[in-house]
Design a protein around this ligand. Structure first.
Ligand code: GSH
Length: 202
């Protein structure tokens, strides 16, 4: 039995997308941070950080989106979402770290503090910080993608999936990504995958 605890509108969607691409069966246990459900003792017993998502797969309890998606891709995505040699594996990990450690915070904060959080929780300073911090990261990605369809090995891997899911937040918030002539077609290519299109309809 595989359960993803979280909300499809939060970072949980990165994991749901990966499981769907891999053709894995799973149930979603809805956990809503806005209702305080991440602070419930039963949830904290699964994830002491009180954050979503958490993956439960048999005896395995795993938190941190990057670790969950690496585990899923590595375990079930041989030659599909994961690497076929150690150098590709290292490059996938490089881009995952870049995405989850560097890009995720300004990308998500841009949406949250622009309009997704309730008005009283929004911060103009955090929005400005996100706007400043995201620019050099988008330039790095755009530069890397020149002449490439995908980040690593010119095929769709968990690195593309994770970074595209991260960038879907500012895209949905109307951030002008179209001016990045390499990044934008790549992002469109990833987000137009049928599974993602279906997810974005929900
Ligand atoms: N580094 C964590 C971040 C998880 C995270 O911040 N999740 C948000 C929702 S997208 C959350 O649970 N927020 C609730 C809170 O901050 O109390 C990961 O990638 O899994």
């Amino acid at each position: 039995m595989r359960i993803i605890h979280g909300s499809p509108y939060a970072r949980t969607n990165y994991v749901i997308w990966a499981m769907k691409e891999l053709g894995l069966d799973f149930d979603v246990n809805p956990v809503n941070p806005m209702k305080g459900e991440t602070r419930h003792p039963d949830y904290l017993a699964l994830n002491p950080n009180g954050l979503i998502p958490t993956l439960e797969e048999g005896d395995l309890i795993l938190w941190e989106t990057m670790a969950i998606n690496m585990y899923l891709a590595k375990t079930y995505g041989d030659g599909l979402l994961w690497a076929t040699d150690p150098q590709q594996e290292a490059q996938i990990m490089q881009w995952l770290a870049f995405g989850h450690i560097n890009l995720d915070k300004p990308a998500v904060n841009y949406l949250l503090h622009l309009n997704a959080l309730p008005e009283e929780m929004r911060s103009e300073a955090k929005l400005e910080e996100a706007k400043t911090d995201i620019v050099p990261l988008l330039e790095i990605l755009d530069g890397h993608l020149a002449g490439k369809d995908y980040l690593v090995d010119d095929r769709f891997t968990i690195a593309d999936l994770s970074l595209a899911a991260i960038l879907d937040y500012p895209r949905k918030a109307g951030y002008d990504l179209a001016k990045y002539s390499n990044l934008f077609p790549w992002l469109t290519r990833c987000l137009e995958r049928p599974i993602r299109v279906d997810m974005n309809k929900m």
